[in-house]
Design a binder for this molecule. Structure first.
Ligand code: GAP
Length: 584
């Protein structure tokens, strides 16, 4: 179905039928911002709810909702101020700004230019004489620059402080770790989920909602003990997956067809937690309508990984003939918590209790202040701290008669006896550990696009061409369309009553009484409504209605009083329409 024009047809359908469209169109719009219309907002909400059910509720994790603007120190610590850049090239002729790695990927055989260093990207642009996609001017001698993707702002008036719109929801979780850890009673592993907006000043927003400047992420940060047991892989061990490891990408190798259990056992997926979430996600994506034949996991090449990740696999879907990244499954190690601890001075650790108390040797100093005080004056405290740190780090430094410490760039020699160095035995109940972070990070907008593109169908019904969206009933924006067969007071009153009863049962219902019945079916098919109910004259007598299924267009007759429960079961996947049809 993805013949290259599906994307265009889908974007047209999305705008016409209220899935998504460019924002602020009355003022000309601005690249990278989209509004989800009534259908799109409902589909997106249903997908978010499905994600919450699977990744937060079913896994027993907490969910939070943090602000989208955060102060500068957060992003100094997270590394985003320093390292969250894309490669920018600006056309000297027309001023167009282009992502240099995309220019290389579009104009050469390089598939992953993002992982190349800037000088190499410049060299490739020169070698292939690549030109500006807007005006055709040559870009061979134009410098490629780093461009930070964060949107900055000022918080408050006057002497305000700088802030940034968060580029990932994750930081809102990391900065609250000390408190969240208490809520989890300091027991690892525990997970914190968040669904919310993230902002990136993308150089070249692309393909409608696939690459935007404001988008929704659904992220789970799982905090694990670095020496702890991994997950129970049993529930996902047999899940089949299609993997494209970094090694295969580097040497032109093939994708692997394997299972999660095998891939973790043979080390293809190095971390069992990462493997666990890839298995859960494989099944979840399929359940919400991603075509498993157009879905794979691709491992990041070393140069492609974000500044915080030690390993990362992307979930990718194939849309319009291209692979796009739907989600990332990253091992972030202790990167975030250590950096926030260092920058904030707060404790970002969890106390790991030993099974039995342990006797350990602890090196400590007990400096003689009657000597250090007069000698160092106001700096004496800093000298004592330097001695304490050294004793903790390198007890061999105290082996001689004297020991040397650096304080503010000055070296001081101190008698070991004055330092009061000693190694003592101590009984300890446990130790403080910095948890490691495993992060499944999902993009919701790209999932909306994928689910729509994979559901897009064209066929013929009664000799007429038809376009429909074969959306999974559980996520379709509207569950049921209710129609009176024709304009008639008695039929309309009965149909409205049916619609009210279905809504009271928690189903989203569209009531439509305008135009021929065939046209009404087509309208619902085009927005992906899985079931339509028609009230006809017989209904007034036999208290039954016709229920039509979208994909097959098959129809069954059902009693009105059974309708809400039956449609709810069909929507939830607890019953199948085929079974109803064959029993009818
Ligand atoms: N906390 C990790 C993180 O943010 P990421 O791979 O940069 O990782 C996660 O982003 C997901 O967010 C991506 O897999 C993608 O689905 C989505 N995403 C990232 N940038 C996006 C953009 N400009 N427009 C739409 N979705 C985007």
């Amino acid at each position: 179905m993805s013949d290259g024009s599906t994307g265009e047809k889908l974007t047209e359908l999305a705008k016409r039928r209220g899935y998504f469209f460019r924002s602020s169109g009355v003022y000309g719009g601005v690249g990278g911002f989209y509004t989800f219309g009534p259908q799109g907002a409902a589909l997106k909400g249903n997908l978010e709810e499905a994600w919450r059910d699977r990744f937060a509720v079913a896994e027993g994790h907490m969910e939070i909702d943090a602000p989208t603007i955060m102060p500068e120190p957060v992003f100094e610590a997270s590394g985003h101020l320093e390292g969250f850049d894309d490669m920018l090239i600006e056309c000297p002729e027309c001023g167009a700004t282009v992502r240099a790695d995309h220019l290389v990927e579009d104009g050469t055989d390089h598939e992953d230019a993002e992982s190349l260093p800037i000088p190499e990207v410049e060299a490739v642009i020169a070698e292939y004489a690549l030109s500006c996609p807007e005006c055709g001017a040559g870009l061979a001698d134009v410098a490629v620059e780093e461009f930070n993707l964060m949107f900055s702002t000022r918080i408050g008036p006057g002497d305000s402080q700088p802030g940034y719109l968060r580029p990932e929801t994750a930081q809102g979780i990391f900065v609250e770790f000390p408190r969240l850890s208490e809520y989890a009673r300091n027991k690892l592993p525990f997970g914190v989920a968040q669904i919310g907006r993230a902002y990136r000043n993308e150089i070249s927003p692309r393909r409608s909602i696939v690459r935007t400047r404001e988008f929704t992420q659904a992220e789970l940060e799982l905090f694990v003990d670095p020496t702890g047991d991994g997950p129970d892989l049993e529930p996902v061990a047999d899940v089949p997956v299609r993997l494209y490891p970094a090694s295969a990408q580097a040497d032109g190798g093939e994708e692997l067809r394997t299972t999660i259990g095998e891939a973790v056992a043979d080390g293809t997926i190095a971390d069992p937690w990462v493997g666990y979430f890839m298995g859960v996600a494989q099944e979840w994506y399929e359940a919400v309508g991603v075509d498993p034949d157009r879905f794979r996991y691709r491992q990041h090449l070393a140069g492609e990984r974000a500044h915080y990740a030690s390993d990362c696999w992307d979930a990718e879907s194939e849309v319009d003939g291209n692979w796009i990244e739907l989600a990332g499954f990253a091992h972030r190690g202790a990167y975030d918590l250590s950096n926030h601890a260092e920058n904030s001075g707060e404790r970002f650790t969890v106390f790991r209790q030993y099974d039995e108390p342990k006797t350990v040797e602890r090196a400590a100093v007990d400096p003689d202040m009657s000597e250090l005080g007069p000698r160092f004056g106001a700096d004496a405290g800093a000298v004592v701290e330097a001695l304490e740190r050294l004793a903790d780090r390198d007890r061999a430094a105290f082996d001689g008669e004297t020991v040397t410490v650096d304080v503010d760039g000055e070296r001081h020699e101190i008698d070991v006896e004055t330092a009061g160095f000693a190694v003592e035995e101590e009984t300890v109940a446990g130790e403080h550990v910095t948890p490691h972070v495993i992060e499944p990070s999902f993009g919701v907008d790209r999932l909306v696009y994928t689910v729509l593109e994979h559901a897009y169908r064209e066929d013929e019904v009664d000799g007429e061409p038809r376009t429909y969206l074969a959306l999974e009933p559980a996520v379709a924006p509207t569950a049921v369309g209710v129609f009176p067969l024709q304009r008639d007071d008695a039929l309309e009153a009965e149909a409205r009553k049916v619609a009210r009863e279905l809504r009271a049962f928690g189903l989203s219902v569209t009531y439509d009484d305008s135009g021929a019945i065939g046209r009404r079916y087509r309208r619902q098919d085009e927005v992906g409504t899985p079931f339509c109910v028609t009230v006809d004259y017989e209904s007034l007598e036999d208290r039954a209605v016709t229920v039509r299924e979208r994909d097959s267009t098959d129809q069954v007759r059902l009693p009105i009083d059974e309708l809400p429960a039956t449609l709810a079961a069909l929507r939830a996947g607890d019953r199948s329409f085929e079974e109803l049809y064959s029993n009818n």
